[in-house]
Design a protein around this ligand. Structure first.
Ligand SMILES: *Cc1c(COP(=O)(O)O)cnc(C)c1O
Length: 222
């Protein structure tokens, strides 16, 4: 592990043009984020609303904060005032809640629809058939304070490289279908983390979410 600046430089050098890096800073202190900020990074991803709000208050205004983790409906209010992109809209109930809170705050919020492709039960996300129903009947399109920007997903945590590749391909195919049939304006496909982002990029990711390869291992004690 080099310094945060070294890690960022190394990762950036390997990203093709058109792929956006979200630096996942969850569980790391504000000083670590400041170090990445000073190395030019402006987009940070957090998974817990309270932690995101606390860091937002401490750090420069030109940071774009992304919420990447599962969001409970009663926590939506905490992030709505300042979040730039919510990657993890994974149910109709959450979509409706974000829309309602965004309307109250006078905002339109950029979101991704999180799809579940991994084999693990622990992963959140829409089932592709359910999602299709909400797109087809126009319910999602009627949420005027949500701007749907694309699709997010996570591959299974496994050593089976072919399975990981198949799951990313499945996400790309879902993205393509949604864009072709319902939402021609979508432009973001968020997939790939420290352990699997090169494969995600080969399969068409336009946004990668990288934490431990930049900031080191997370200490869950803090
Ligand atoms: C923590 C997390 C990441 C980053 O994981 P690393 O393996 O540390 O790169 C990416 N996406 C989501 C949704 C996460 O929760």
């Amino acid at each position: 592990m080099g310094t945060i600046a070294d890690n960022l430089a190394r990762i950036r050098a390997g990203l093709p043009e058109g792929v956006t890096l979200v630096a996942v800073s969850k569980f790391h202190p504000a000083e670590a984020i400041r170090e990445a900020y000073e190395a030019g990074q402006r987009i940070f991803g957090e998974s817990r609303p309270q932690e995101l709000a606390a860091k937002y208050a401490l750090l420069p205004d030109d940071i774009e904060w992304h919420l990447i983790g599962h969001l409970q409906t009663n926590k939506v209010k905490t992030v709505v005032p300042f979040v730039s992109l919510i990657h993890s809209v994974d149910s109709w109930r959450l979509a409706e809640t974000v829309d309602r809170e965004a309307a109250k705050a006078g905002r339109t919020i950029d979101v991704l629809l999180q799809l579940r492709v991994a084999q693990e039960e622990t992963k959140f996300g829409w089932d592709a058939t359910d999602l299709e129903r909400f797109l087809q009947d126009g319910s999602l399109g009627a949420l005027l304070h949500l701007r749907i920007r694309g699709v997010m997903g996570m591959a299974s945590l496994t050593d089976d490289a072919e399975q990981v590749r198949r799951e990313f391909a499945e996400l790309r195919e879902a993205f393509r279908r949604i864009k072709a049939n319902y939402l021609p304006q979508i432009d973001l496909l968020s997939m790939g983390m420290s352990g699997d982002y090169p494969t995600a990029i080969e399969e068409g990711a336009t946004m990668v979410r990288i934490g431990s390869s930049i900031f080191g291992e997370r200490s869950y004690g803090i």
